[in-house]
Design a protein around this ligand. Sequence first.
Ligand SMILES: NC(=O)c1ccc[n+]([C@@H]2O[C@H](COP(=O)([O-])OP(=O)(O)OC[C@H]3O[C@@H](n4cnc5c(N)ncnc54)[C@H](OP(=O)(O)O)[C@@H]3O)[C@@H](O)[C@H]2O)c1
Length: 269
Amino acid sequence: MSKIKSLIKNLRPMGQCAVITGASSGLGMEFARQLAAQGIFLVLTGRNEKALAALAEEIGVSDCVVIPADLSKVRECIDFYGKAKKYKPDILINNAGFGLYGSFTAASLSKELELIDVNIKAMHVLFKLFLRDFVKQDRGYILNVGSIAGFMPGPLMAAYYSSKAYVIRQTQAVYTELRRIKSNVNVSVLCPGPVDTDFNRRAGITGFFKGITAKQCVSCALSEMRKKKLTITPTLKITAIAVMSRFSPVKLTSYCAYLVQKGKQRIEE
Ligand SMILES: NC(=O)c1ccc[n+]([C@@H]2O[C@H](COP(=O)([O-])OP(=O)(O)OC[C@H]3O[C@@H](n4cnc5c(N)ncnc54)[C@H](OP(=O)(O)O)[C@@H]3O)[C@@H](O)[C@H]2O)c1
């Protein structure tokens, strides 16, 4: 009887299934809304169970499943993968991440290590585990969420910028590996500039530039992902910055990034 129950629990409607990390807020929540509107079954994760439950209620509890996890712990990443794969996903939105403000000598080491755990390690673990399944089934999309920050050094936010460089390079390398084996699986990396979400508040800072909406960013990301674009920059301005950063002297780019970060104000929680 319990076997039948667990079989029923793991059944999902026919069609596509997307796993979304960081679904409890900001971009992840918007990915959930837009993919649900396309009739895609969702596996949602994050730590904030209340926010995830409210999102599931909004989307429809039969159209998604919530599996809470703290992705800063590798064990929880692997357990989450084990539970999520039962739904046979064919899309992974590898989105969970956060920023940290402060000079390298001042920033908290434990917070930086947590950032590396979420932005790099969890991204890496889930990317690899889901990709292995997608390659076996020879279909699927993985969208890793990087940032324009990954194209340059980021004084006063060094760990965050460096973590996003990892996301970009890892995705670009795997993209080529997949093309060489003629796989139908596609990987993309989304590199937004500022987006209006909880990102700045969590990083303890105010924004410097006005952000685009999560809706605008996600609708561009999903449409470019379907076109199998490798590196996705959601606005012309951000595309221009990405191109310029490739050709400018690194000390100049780093100084410009410093000025932007210096212009931000700290906010107390
Ligand atoms: N907003 C921007 O300006 C911007 C620009 C470029 C790139 N990005 C990237 O976009 C992604 C989404 O950020 P956002 O802007 O939507 O910010 P957000 O509103 O703060 O959302 C961050 C998400 O990451 C999840 N997360 C953080 N730590 C986690 C952990 N230990 N375990 C599980 N989930 C965790 C959070 O879930 P819980 O709190 O429930 O755990 C939350 O759902 C991030 O990777 C960020 O670096 C954002």
